[in-house]
Design a protein around this ligand. Sequence first.
Ligand code: GDP
Ligand code: MG
Length: 398
Amino acid sequence: MSSNIGAAAKAKYQEYLDAGSLELKIKLLEEFISLVPKHKATEKIVALNKSRLARMKRELDDKKQRQKATQKVVSPFSIKKEGIQIILISAYYTPGTGKTSLLNFLTGAAEDKIGKFTALPEIGIYNYNNIRFQIVEMPSIMKGASEGIGNGKEILSQLRSCDLVCICVDLSRDFKEQMSLLLNELSKAEIRINTPPPPITIQKTGSNKIQVLYLSNEAKNVDDIEDFTEKIKEIVHENGMRNAIVKIYGSISFDDIIDALNPSIVYKKAIIIATKGDLPHTKKTFKSLKQKYSNNFSKIIGTSVHTKNFPQDFGELVLKFLKKIRIYTMSSGGDIAEKPLVIKKNSTIKDAAIKIHKSFYESFDHAIVIRERARQKRKKVGLDYVLEDNDILEIHIS
Ligand SMILES: Nc1nc2c(ncn2[C@@H]2O[C@H](COP(=O)(O)OP(=O)(O)O)[C@@H](O)[C@H]2O)c(=O)[nH]1
Ligand SMILES: [Mg+2]
């Protein structure tokens, strides 16, 4: 090493060479660089070591990232979603409501767990006409779950990404107690059940004001629209937004505005499955349950696993409730896929093409739809054509 760099820097460089760990090497090399007098003769040494230093720092970063990745603890409550995900929940009681029994009845899973406390999620696959439904039993929900009681936060957070929540209610116990506990915890966890998101969008803009637009006659139908608008502006302003455009598409309340400003709210569809319908007096209880909750729950099913009383077409019922349809794709050779594509009702050819693969949309030429129920033979259609349940679809690309 050149004598231009001085004794102190030289000594530091030796320390750097002798150092064992990457962290220490980085620290010493940084110190060395700062000790080197900066002039023409040392220019190259400094540049070289600076780039070496940068490389070592990158190396250290990578190492840390890798460590993080291997250390990362996956929550035992987290579930990889497969197919249409249905989550069973119930209020905590001993003996339990019958979730594991249901799971086992539908999927064959977890037979040995029936009658035992389910501490972690149990999973099974329910196959219905080649459609896969992933049934997940969550541990029972206790009062205070939304604040973390009984792993409540982890349990409730899993519901946020599911397709359908099944609220299981034990007909041999007080159903109001079970329902109010569950609905209360769901609401506190910002999970809204069977309500659509409010017809509002709020976007930040560049202009320094809050604008409110009413985009339908229904939206305009408020008593004092000026006052209403001022209040909306205040709420939005209070949420830290100074410049925004609020678009209202339907009739709303102030609570809807607050909800629209809260990004953590999710909207989930739910049905009620009443269990143990074979036990005495449960018929009357089921009737009262239906009476009390049918406003919010259009599907309330009375069941008994013990007497095998359960809708045989449960898969059909779920698809209908979730407003999904099945599309069977056909290859140009005329082979119809066994497994349908499950998509939203009123989807178009374009939606289906994108769902199959982007390239089907990008290179789309035309499609053929066979609709057996309507005796529709090979009809040639374009991207805007609206699909129906059980359509057979052949996509031609250019
Ligand atoms: N009478 C009756 N008992 C049931 C029924 N389903 C489940 N059970 C009983 O209820 C208890 C709890 O069932 P389990 O499936 O473990 O409930 P979980 O705690 O919600 O998972 C067990 O003793 C089951 O045998 C049913 O349809 N009828
Ligand atoms: Mg269980």
